[in-house]
Design a protein around this ligand. Structure first.
Ligand code: COA
Length: 318
């Protein structure tokens, strides 16, 4: 037993931070950011908490799926920056939406949403669930060094959600981990113990941009090919690719090697930047609500992130 996507939702903060706004904060400009990344603006939490966004995305997905919170058997939230260290972000969402099922977080960084789909698949395979809410969300503005122009222009906040039900929509899913904590990481911050002997680093994004870039292009190409092969499909069968929205140049570099038309790649990173675990489900929801998907369409999801993780999945839209 696999699953199908019954509904999608998303929520982003109200506040829009443009490239011109950023050029007043650090030594950068709209032209540099647009040509190097494709990003024009991003949404940043001011009044909203990340939980507010998760709850809105979840409620929209449940409405789209025509189900109520008490029908949920499980909630999984993919995030590395929920509101608290503990309890989990998923438990805050469970309470706010009025569900009573188990709920937990997983951390697959920017690939987290696809990691969470894979975890959900295990529950469906064991036939212990009928409806699962999967949310991807991160609050990257809270771990951004706003004085570092090489990273602060890349990220935004947001949340996307899907409701999964029993079905055969998921055709394959593939995760990888390189085991790297040097090229992209966020340290936890100061240890509170007076006995602890290690130095603490600033709890913000540390990134070797060009290393991540090279990894990301290969990750997209290999991930898409592997997930399609496992599903018994080819690049010609693909109706849509919903990639992690990190940088349009990464996506375009992957497109050059793949036999999938560029117009089949759904991109919204110009509006939101990289929202980490929120990225793929936000894009999935926007494409869905824009009426892009037809029943029977083969959709490929792919992502990469700290760890270094990758995730790719093939879904038949039903
Ligand atoms: N505005 C203006 N100049 C900037 C800048 C900014 N926001 N950020 C960096 N620069 C400068 C650099 O200081 C460098 O200057 P120098 O040549 O005088 O040293 C120059 O621009 C070129 O920097 P470089 O790092 O070579 O740029 P790039 O073309 O590799 O693009 C990234 C940088 C970060 C956009 C790119 O490496 C990238 O997207 N990497 C992947 C990041 C990512 O997706 N992370 C999350 C993965 S989940």
């Amino acid at each position: 037993m696999s699953f199908s996507i019954l509904g999608t939702g998303k929520a982003v903060p109200q506040f829009v931070l443009t490239n011109d706004d950023l050029s007043k904060m650090v030594d950068t400009n709209d032209e540099w950011i647009r040509t190097r990344t494709g990003i024009r603006e991003r949404r940043i939490c001011k009044e909203e908490t990340i939980t507010d966004l998760c709850v809105s995305a979840a409620e929209e997905a449940m409405k789209d799926a025509n189900i109520t919170a008490n029908e949920l058997d499980l909630i999984i939230c993919a995030t590395f920056r929920g509101e608290f260290i503990t309890p989990s972000e998923a438990s805050l969402i469970q309470k706010r939406i009025g569900a009573s099922c188990p709920a937990f977080d997983i951390n697959g960084a920017c690939s987290g949403f696809i990691f969470a789909l894979d975890v959900a698949l295990g529950y469906f395979a064991r036939k212990t669930v009928k409806k699962v809410l999967v949310i991807g969300a991160d609050n990257l503005s809270n771990v951004t060094d706003w004085n570092d122009r090489s990273t602060c222009v890349l990220f935004g906040d947001g949340s996307g959600a899907v409701v999964l039900g029993e079905g055969e929509g998921l055709k394959s899913i593939h995760l990888t981990l390189k085991g790297d904590s040097d090229v992209l990481y966020v340290p936890r911050g100061k240890n509170t113990s007076p006995m602890y002997e290690h130095e603490s680093e600033n709890p913000v994004v540390h990134m070797q941009g060009s290393e991540v870039y090279k990894f990301a292009v290969i990750a997209m190409i290999k991930g898409i090919r592997k997930a399609l092969k496992d599903a018994g499909l080819t690049e010609e069968d693909v109706a849509w690719v919903v990639p992690h929205q990190a940088n349009i140049r990464i996506i375009n570099a992957a497109i050059e090697k793949l036999n999938i038309h560029p117009e089949k790649f759904f991109c919204n990173l110009d509006k939101y930047g990289n929202t980490s675990a929120g990225s793929v489900p936000i894009a999935l929801d926007e494409a869905n609500k824009a009426g892009k998907f037809k029943s029977g369409d083969i959709i490929v999801l792919c992502a990469f992130g700290a760890g270094l993780t990758t995730g790719s999945a093939v879904i038949r839209w039903e």
